[in-house]
Ligand binder design. Structure first.
Ligand code: PGA
Length: 253
């Protein structure tokens, strides 16, 4: 059985103080018995990692993620944060290739491959994002694009490396817009993704990889999305900034 995951992506929100308060509420509620087999991830700003990490109990189901990292381990890259720095702080996962980073920081397929490798090398789990803009879906080119995003950055990994990934499908037109993919649209793409993984890495790996859906996940729509056979959870932006709503989403499996 695959892991069920609710991952909150806080983006560039909250001060460290507000973030610590939000995290402590999430942690408190995440210890509910009904969530014992759900993995709760908080993807927080770099400045919040150290203080939040200190209040996470040593349970296995509450993890902390960073939202990016640099592709080199060190060097003259003013303003950047490296994988060893994150590993030192006890970060569990790193979100890579979010559409906002692809769009605003022009992250390329090659750069994302290097980042994926560096994150894996430092014993953290990449949460690798893919997803199409509305125009691609309207042209019916969304499957080809997602396949290209995954194959161009990930398909040179060996089986052992690939098996450690979490994939997040986030249609760009659904991010922060209030428009959610229907459960049929989500299932169709998740099934497609699992199918291309099967073809490349085999059935047993494909069956193990969690594929999250992201894009306006809310307490009201989480249940129908999470009940799709190939949707293993969510990457939740706006709704993760409210502890109660986020935990309601996590309880929707
Ligand atoms: P959203 O963001 O839930 O606010 O749409 C999702 C994401 O960008 O990961």
């Amino acid at each position: 059985m695959r892991k069920k995951i609710a991952a909150g992506n806080w983006k560039m929100n909250t001060t460290p103080e507000e973030g610590l308060k939000l995290a402590s509420q999430v942690i408190h509620m995440a210890q509910d018995e009904s969530l014992s087999d759900t993995t709760i991830i908080m993807s927080v700003p770099f400045t919040h990692i150290e203080s939040i990490k200190k209040i996470i109990p040593p349970t296995k189901n509450i993890l902390i993620a960073a939202q990016n990292c640099h592709k080199e381990v060190s060097g003259a890259y003013t303003g950047e944060i490296s994988a060893p720095m994150l590993q030192y702080l006890g970060v569990d996962c790193v979100v890579l290739g979010h559409s906002e980073r692809r769009e605003y920081y022009k992250e390329s397929y090659a750069e994302l491959e290097t980042k994926t490798r560096i994150v894996l090398k430092h014993q953290m789990t990449p949460i690798f994002c893919c997803g199409e803009k509305l125009a691609k879906r309207q042209e019916n080119a969304h499957f080809d694009l997602v396949k290209e995003q995954l194959s161009s950055s990930l398909f040179e990994l060996n089986v052992i490396e690939f098996a450690k990934l979490v994939i997040a499908y986030e249609p760009v037109w659904a991010i922060g817009t209030g428009v959610t993919a229907s459960s049929e649209e989500a299932q169709e793409m998740h099934h497609f993704i699992r199918d291309i993984i099967t073809k490349k890495y085999g059935d047993s790996i494909a069956k193990k990889i969690p594929i999250l859906y992201g894009g306006s996940v809310k307490p009201e729509n989480a249940q129908s999305l999470f009940s799709c056979p190939d949707v293993d959870g969510g990457l939740i932006g706006g709704a993760s900034l409210d502890a109660e709503g986020f935990i309601d989403i996590a309880k929707s499996f």
